[in-house]
Design a protein around this ligand. Structure first.
Ligand code: SAM
Ligand code: SF4
Length: 329
């Protein structure tokens, strides 16, 4: 098992298979986001080698993310191959974070390859605002994708970024909608990752405030459910489903961090909120890739930092230059 310098087991790999996306969510990217040239991306086979090497070192959970992972050509082949590691128990969970735009098309296949739970991001249930916030998205298409996913048997968790004034008054509705579909929901605070067109202090809504507001209407009791991640969950006794809050800025979530993140160019970030990384590209391309990746992974994990230093200040550059779409959310 991989242990970092603070004796935290590292058993969860998140893989951004592309930095590209068919949306341009206002808090995530700018309208004129410059994507990486395709030639800089690892091939899906190279990504698979890195995933296999992590699994051989004890990784139990892999999440495919992006950018929008379902827009990468051939990505179903990666799900298929990684899915085969589930059948012999080497891997416990293969999952996905998606904006849902391509889910109607791929839900069946994902289930077939062993995916059982996915996260889908939806920040508003107002079609016009959805189009505005994503700068091009079609809410109905995303909803159809979610319905299809539920129909084929995937468990869906909704992710919603809480944005001051924008969706602030809708958050209870979004939770009720998610719970009415049998989906848990996690609310996320905006994180200072990458330059965008607006000032993040204008968007930032502390979830402590949101939770306080929810508690006026619902009895929320701390849930036993814990994923080893930054989300703290509560059971909504009325709806029978969970609501989670990810509070990277108001609460330090690093003590039990079990994850690392691979970018589509082969860089491993040992912390979402720090610049230090390890480059796996040449190891993934080497003839002796099994040994080289094994060595590279162990060396990288020995550098996993204790935690992040996020701050959001007015008119200040983001704490971290990479967009979430590069590191994988
Ligand atoms: N495109 C997919 C999606 O939207 O679910 C996967 C990648 S996206 C980067 C993963 C998650 O990160 C989404 O739930 C998104 O809302 C969230 N996200 C993106 N930028 C963020 C930021 N600056 N702060 C907080 N969450 C962010
Ligand atoms: Fe794309 Fe997801 Fe970023 Fe929105 S949050 S722009 S869907 S990567």
């Amino acid at each position: 098992m991989l242990l970092d310098p603070y004796k935290r087991p590292v058993n969860y790999l998140r893989v951004s298979v592309t930095d590209r996306c068919d949306f341009r969510c206002q808090y995530c990217m700018s309208e004129n986001m410059k994507f990486l040239p395709k030639k800089d991306l690892l091939s899906l086979e190279e990504i698979e080698r890195i995933c296999i090497s992590f699994v051989e070192l004890g990784t139990k959970k892999i999440r495919i993310t992006g950018g929008e992972p379902l827009v990468r050509k051939g990505v179903m082949g990666l799900f298929k191959n990684l899915g085969s590691l589930l059948s012999n128990g080497q891997l416990k969970e293969l999952t996905l974070t998606s904006n849902g735009s391509q889910l109607e098309r791929f839900a069946d296949e994902l289930y077939g390859y062993g995916v059982r739970r996915i996260n889908v991001s939806i920040d508003t249930l107002n079609p016009k605002l959805f189009h505005e916030l994503t700068r091009r998205g079609d809410l109905e298409k995303v909803k159809r994708g979610i319905d299809k996913a539920l129909k084929v048997g995937l468990k869906v968790k909704i992710n919603t970024v809480a944005l001051k004034e924008t969706n602030e008054n809708e958050l209870i509705n979004i939770m009720n909608w998610a719970h009415s579909k049998g989906c848990d929901i996690t609310f996320i605070e905006t994180m200072p990752l990458g330059e965008i067109d607006v000032d993040r202090t204008d968007q930032f809504l502390p979830l402590s405030k949101v939770k306080e507001m929810f508690s006026k209407y619902y009895k929320l009791s701390p849930s036993k459910h814990y994923t080893g991640g930054p989300s703290r969950y509560y059971d909504n006794e009325e709806t029978g489903h969970r609501v989670g809050f990810i509070t990277p800025l108001t609460h330090n979530f690093c003590e039990l961090c079990n994850r690392v993140r691979l970018t589509c160019t082969g860089k491993l970030y040992m912390c979402l909120g720090q610049e230090d990384s390890a480059d796996f590209r040449s190891a993934a391309r080497s003839k002796d890739w099994k040994k080289d990746l094994n060595d590279a992974i162990c060396e990288a994990i020995s550098r996993k930092p204790k935690g992040h230093d996020f701050v959001i200040r007015r008119k200040q550059a983001p704490s971290v230059n990479r967009h979430m779409s590069v590191t994988g959310g």
